[in-house]
Design a protein around this ligand. Sequence first.
Ligand code: HAX
Length: 425
Amino acid sequence: MSSLKEVLTDKIPEYREKTKDILARHGETVISEVTVAQAYGGMRGVKGQICDTSTVNPDTGLIVRGRPLATITDRCPEEMFWLLVTGELPEPDSLKGLQDELARRSEVPAAVFDALRALPKTTHPMAMQSIGLLAMQEGSKFRKQYDAGMRKTEYWEACLDDSLDLLARIPTLTAGVYRIRYEDGKLIPRDPSKDWSANFAHMMGVADPSGNLANLMRLYLNLHADHESGNVSANLCHVTGSALSDPYYAVSAGLNGLAGPLHGLANQECLNFHLAILEKFGGVPTAAQLQDFTWENLNSGRVIPGFGHAVLRCIDPRYTACHEFGLTACANEPLFKLADLMLKVIPGVLTEHGKAKNVNPNVDALSGVLMYSLGVTHSPFYTAIFGVSRAIGMCAQMILNRAIGTPITRPKSVTTEWVIKQVGA
Ligand code: HAX
């Protein structure tokens, strides 16, 4: 059996060589150009960063280390982490070794929960999750070893060490956020017989007699782990980590971006949109009613949550995986029926509206529907579940970046006056 660290110790020298060789031989080759519209428009489409964990193909969706997402949806998040960081799926005994290691590292210091309990009861779960990580920063091994003069070539090892602690603890932390924010504040100890995902569901304390919630959690935490590195959460983590801020600071920064309504908060907004429709129409509306309601929202300047994407130009394969799961777990729930109706109606309305470049649903159009149907009804918590998963991709990217010595991020910004002069206007 090989441990994750042993596999990486074997692979990293070759990865470094490959990077060094590309830079030495092709460092001056142009791979992208930037238009004025891109500079003003969130750098869409500008190829200005390397990410080897995954890539998002506009027409097919997420590809993880060469594997289309649809081929690995049955894997667990621990396998996804191993795949992201090494490029290969683990052997069963290596997976077991990683799961045991995560279990060993899973205890969250009591002071972290004390800090969360001191917050106002109305604090958003995303703020609590991010504060919880920052409260653990004091234990960062990267920071301690950096202060003690760690060599550059050893950064990735300290980053892996912190990442394993962080990933082991983030379900415990986030389940604690749920207990403090929505329940009596008493924490539920982890169950050693359950895996990372099932334990997260278990520690939240939501009744799960069918086991469907644990299965949904396993799928959800797998699907949301990584989406290359230009999205807001991964990018914020990337930039923060590039300053050699340790993984607690860097992942916390990423989570703060995930908390935005155009990114991770969309699942909360989307569920609320579904609930508002069911309430307004006293159940699932007709297609005509839904069409009118969608137009009302668009005409009042609101976006339709769960539809569109900055990169994708197809149905998000993560949506498809959620849809397949919903058909087996909650197909008769009004919420799921409404989501299906939306799939039929909304793309047509958005096409007629004529603005969105992608009129298809993204993963957020269904993930909240599934969570709600299986008993997780506090929608502000959904983004925190996303955060547990996205921490996997953020840590995987950070380990690789420290391995190849990715320097501090510092793109050049220009002023509007500079643009005016440049274009000769
Ligand atoms: N409803 C209404 N208008 C939409 C829209 C939607 N679902 N999607 C895009 N548009 C509009 C944009 O607001 C933009 O309008 P303006 O020109 O007036 O600014 C126009 O269409 C062009 O946008 P785009 O290029 O197609 O999309 P962007 O890259 O600018 O934005 C977003 C991508 C995901 C932010 C956008 O589609 C959106 O707001 N969707 C709804 C929110 C959502 O579902 N977010 C989750 C995305 C997945 C994710 O990251 N999860 O974490």
